[in-house]
Design a protein around this ligand. Structure first.
Ligand SMILES: [Fe+2]
Length: 120
């Protein structure tokens, strides 16, 4: 990835993902177990997509990263709804905030895909 601004943006997104993982894992209640399992899975998927860059090329790597971000949004929205049902309103607000950040990540990768020529 030659563009320094793009590299910096992806480094920021990766930092935010690890922060999200720590936030999800810090919620130490039973109902969060599914979330923590997800957080661990997600972290591994990211490493896999990052590594695939060198194999599948920039377009597909950005495309799959964008798809991952879409699934993150859904996970955090589910988490917020679960927290609301359990009247865990602080957790609800936390998940809503994480979902908004994931939407920014998705927008970044969607724009990166739009700007990419398919054939390399
Ligand atoms: Fe993300």
């Amino acid at each position: 990835m030659r563009d320094p601004a793009e590299r910096a943006a992806i480094a920021r997104i990766e930092r935010e993902e690890w922060e999200h993982r720590a936030i999800v894992l810090s919620c130490s209640s039973v109902w969060m177990l599914s979330r923590s399992a997800y957080a661990t899975l997600d972290a591994h998927r990211r490493v896999a997509v990052a590594g695939a860059c060198f194999v599948i090329g920039r377009f597909l790597a950005m495309y799959f990263a964008g798809r991952l971000e879409s699934s993150n949004i859904g996970e955090y929205v589910d988490g917020a709804m679960s927290a609301q049902r359990l009247e865990r309103f602080a957790d609800e607000r936390t998940f809503e905030r994480l979902a908004r950040v994931e939407a920014e990540h998705e927008r970044f990768f969607r724009n990166a895909v739009r700007g990419t020529r398919r054939c390399r």
